[in-house]
Design a protein around this ligand. Structure first.
Ligand code: HEC
Ligand code: HEC
Length: 321
């Protein structure tokens, strides 16, 4: 808020409060010139107006509200740019990155500001941190047999992962299914943890310019034939002849990065499991324009201890005990 509007808001609010308070005081005085309880001399259809005072309970409540409002406006933010005597805020406003957020938390703490969200996080960390720490010291194989650990993992998943991977982890278009043992980056506890800590950025290039329309059609036929679909054999053969350009990431057999121990996250193209859809149109779209799926990094957001529990939960989804 610019200082003009800040002053505008403050003046208007204070003036309104003063006006209301004045009105109350004025009404407490007897300005009618008639004794209390006597008639004011007005009569409407047999109903007489008496000079009765304001009810006591109402007057007390009005005063209490007034005092509260003055206290509230002084103590908390809301009056223009006034930050409030308690330096209270709901969260670190205007923060746009994890680094900024961490910095803001430290600064707020040092300046004695009350940032409600930080305080709640700190209280939760103090209470639950030791529990997560204790789980973090156990290996994944042990945790997947621990029902309590998986229950906590499931809650973390529901809060942080379900919006993309679905509440049951089965994923959706562009978001991998985590329950099916078909992995882009590997399904060992180590690989899953690496994915969660550091995130992943997939880089499937587009081939529109390199292959041309006819080339895309042929390559699509070959890709579909890899998972046993019936296609135009002549097209598929022509596609196969050019598949070397895909092999660096998908492998010459199309079985994907994991099968060849490569770090690219290129899916297995032979199993009829599709990240972006297996219709001819969807595959053509993938080949024309490429795909760049992004899995966020959770190290800074959740911390390693929670990621460890989540790793156990994700691992348990495809490795039933
Ligand atoms: C903003 C959406 C989004 C959120 C939130 C998200 N993910 Fe992901 N995740 C993705 C995408 C997209 C990919 C696939 C990346 C790619 O295309 O290579 C992925 C990939 C993965 C993989 C790798 C799968 C494989 O086959 O190798 C795992 C494991 C995973 N996510 C687990 C999680 C967990 C656990 C959470 C919660 C802490 C989470 N994800 C939150 C979008 C998300
Ligand atoms: C630089 C490595 C790289 C090369 C080269 C590459 N791909 Fe990919 N491809 C990927 C990655 C990574 C993904 C996953 C994209 C994502 O998760 O967002 C992918 C995804 C795909 C998909 C989508 C699969 C699905 O499940 O929806 C198809 C189809 C595909 N590639 C075919 C090809 C073909 C055909 C070629 C050669 C013309 C090729 N790729 C070349 C890395 C590559």
């Amino acid at each position: 808020m610019t200082s003009f509007w800040s002053i505008w808001v403050i003046v208007l609010t204070v003036a309104c409060l003063a006006l209301i308070f004045g009105l109350l005081l004025w009404n407490l005085k007897n300005y009618t010139g008639v004794e209390e309880g006597e008639s004011c001399g007005h009569e409407f259809d047999g109903i007489e107006e008496l000079n009765n005072p304001l009810p006591k309970w109402w007057t007390i409540m009005f005063f209490a509200c007034f005092v509260w409002s003055v206290f509230y406006l002084a103590a908390y933010p809301g009056l223009g740019n006034w930050a409030g005597l308690f330096k209270w805020t709901s969260s670190n406003q205007g923060v746009t990155s994890m680094a900024e957020s961490k910095q803001a938390v430290i600064e707020a703490h040092e300046n004695g500001e009350r940032v409600q969200l930080d305080q709640e996080y700190r209280a939760a960390d103090e209470r639950f941190g030791p529990i997560f720490k204790q789980y973090a010291s156990q290996d994944i194989e042990t945790l997947v047999k621990d029902e309590k650990a998986l229950e906590i993992g499931q809650r973390l998943f529901a809060q942080n992962c379900a919006q993309c991977h679905g509440s049951d982890g089965r994923g959706g278009l562009g978001f991998p299914n985590l329950t099916d043992n078909d992995w882009l980056y590997g399904g060992t506890p180590d690989k899953i943890k690496e994915t969660l800590l550091n995130g992943r950025v997939a880089a499937m290039p587009g081939w529109k310019d390199a292959l041309g329309e006819q080339g895309i059609k042929e390559m699509t036929a070959y890709v579909l034939s890899l998972s046993g679909r019936t296609v135009n054999q002549k097209d598929a053969d022509a596609g196969k002849a050019k598949f070397a350009m895909c092999a660096a990431c998908h492998g010459m057999d199309g079985k994907g990065s994991v099968a060849h121990n490569l770090p690219f996250g290129a899916p297995n193209l032979t199993d009829n499991i599709w990240l972006y859809g297996g219709s001819q149109r969807a595959v053509e779209e993938t080949l024309n324009h490429g795909r760049q799926g992004v899995m966020p990094a959770w190290k800074d957001i959740l911390g390693e201890d929670k990621v460890h529990l989540l790793t156990a939960y994700v691992y348990s989804l495809s490795n039933a005990q």
